[in-house]
Design a protein. Sequence first.
Lengths: 505, 122
Amino acid sequence: MTHWLLAPILIPLLGAILQIFVGYAPMPLRRVLAIITSVLTLAAAIVLLNLAGDDTYRVYAMGNWQPPFGIVMVLDRLAAMMLVLTASLALLCHLFSIGGADEGTRQFHSLFLFQLMGLNIAFLTGDLFNLFVAFEILLIASYGLLMHGSGSTRSTPGLHYVVLNLVGSSLFLISVGMIYSVTGTLNMADLAVKVPQVSGDQRFLVEAGGMLLLVVFALKAAVLPLTFWLPRAYASATAPVAAFFAIMTKVGIYGIIRVYPLVFGANAGEMANLGMNWLFPLALATLIMGVIGAMGAQTLRTLVTWQLVISVGTLLAPIALGSQKGLAAALFYLLSTTWTVGGLFLLIELVRSQRGSASDKIVMAPQIRHRTLLSSLFFFGAVSAAGLPPLSGFFGKVMILQSTTSGVEMAWLWGTVLTGSFFTLIAYSRAGSVVFWRNIEGKIENSTPVTPLLAISTGALIGMSVLMVALAGPISAYTNATAVQLLDTRGYIQTLQAPMVEEGS
Amino acid sequence: MELVFALAIGALTAGGVYLLLRARTFPVVLGLTMLSYGVNLFLFASGRLATGSQPVLGTAAQYADPLPQALVLTAIVIGFAMTAFVVVLSLRNLADHGNDHVDGDPKKRTPASKHARERRPL
């Protein structure tokens, strides 16, 4: 049992508690402590990534309770990858926030770190009920972060977001209860053993529970019938929060990748591939909805929120098809799109701060300061988001397209993704050329300068897509190995036999 | 007992969903609370209903499943915190928009806020 597994949970937890105590300390001290916590979390995540590279599962049994009786933390390639993705996104958003966005409330840093902790628990846990608890932790921190900032524009979208997620939590509990009532366990590895053995009428209970769970994850991921909460909620959040929330929809996708291939995968007997035939058309419909939203966006911020919806559709389509290549491609694209969309959210805040009353509306305005810097960052972000060569979004999409080779699914997937990318490209070109090129005479008053810190954190997030191209070989090797590990459920089931710490040792 | 229990869960959930779909924040908060009661009872029942048995081995001929009880306890605590938060948020919504419509729509004022507006000194 390696205690490193708890580091990504304990570091932000302690950092967040510390932030509460130093709430009245001078701002620079609080900022330094907060950034140190984020850096340490990233360091811990990278250590775990190195550990996970040897394809073995590492188990941490809380309180030394033998699974399936106690709660376990399980580290595998997928968990480690999500940890590093989250921690790197969090660090860069956190750096951006100390440029001034954290001044609204005293609690900003502790909420931010609590959310980071909730995310890390969700990625590490091997227990379905613990996953629910992790969701609640990250959600209640996200409620606070969403309301952070001044003005009355946030309370209504915030209320919608909270009420919707509370209903989602109720559904989560119902599905957990249904699954528990038949299988008598909530440990994911144990569920993978018990679910195929369920027979007779009891199967329908587990099936209903599994489908309800899919609805919950789809709500978090904003899949089509449950997508409309997302644009308004994200459009009203402050920039670093919105950028960090780029990971929130991916938590729903992570839940689907974690639970469905394992518990309702190919080995699940009569319940094999539960719900995946529903997920595929819904994913494509989500993609189309996202493209329609992006085409109709009036502001840059709305454009990028719809980009999130597009990426959810693009990610879930190959996941629903369930092939190993598709899963690997989806994981590659997940990394690319999360960093890019996060970077675009930060960039739009910079653009907005330069344009005075024109804000981030896609309208003509006088020429902005720092135009070369901001427009080239926007160009890189848009190229990666729309999926044009040579940036990582392109490679992700190509890998997704290549994962299906024949059949009706291929026709639908290729048609939707390619047409969708084309129209996304139009949306970005229109927005970029209106905002950056079509200038009118005049001068913008009260534009705030872009400090190096803001520019560097934004540039680093967008630059991740360049880095991903440079390191495309190792990264795709890693995602391939992750997909292999995910689809071979025997290894995960072995975690039930994990040795416990002996008494006296 | 099973029938009464099932009817109670059904009534709470139906009432909760009905109230959730209302346009004012107060019924919505009440609906969320009722829904969470229904869910908690449901979760409790997932360990099978048993009378006169304890969740401790060896103290009675039959023992009740302790895990759902632990789950319900966690769910109650979380639900309580969330309800407190959503109440505060609804109050903020009321303060920001001067009415308690869930969309904060200024065109649809409640009688209470109309009254408040009339009383405001000009």
